[in-house]
Design a binder for this molecule. Sequence first.
Ligand SMILES: [Zn+2]
Ligand SMILES: [Zn+2]
Length: 74
Amino acid sequence: MDPMREPTHARCAISSCGWCEQDGVDCRFCSGTGWWRPEQPHRDGSGVIVWLRVDEPCRGCAGTGKEHSPTAAH
Ligand SMILES: [Zn+2]
Ligand SMILES: [Zn+2]
């Protein structure tokens, strides 16, 4: 079960963002998918902490899948 593999946004919130204009530079946090999969703690019925994997739009690229870091090396 892998519901969404497409970036959620074609562009980020910045109008005329220079990073969004570029093509072919994948976000290094999500490898260009626009998604990341952190684990969140969850206490189950018996009080045991388990870690659940969740899907969230990538914060490194605002879900665009495009590199948005000025420190990225080329
Ligand atoms: Zn952008
Ligand atoms: Zn990303």
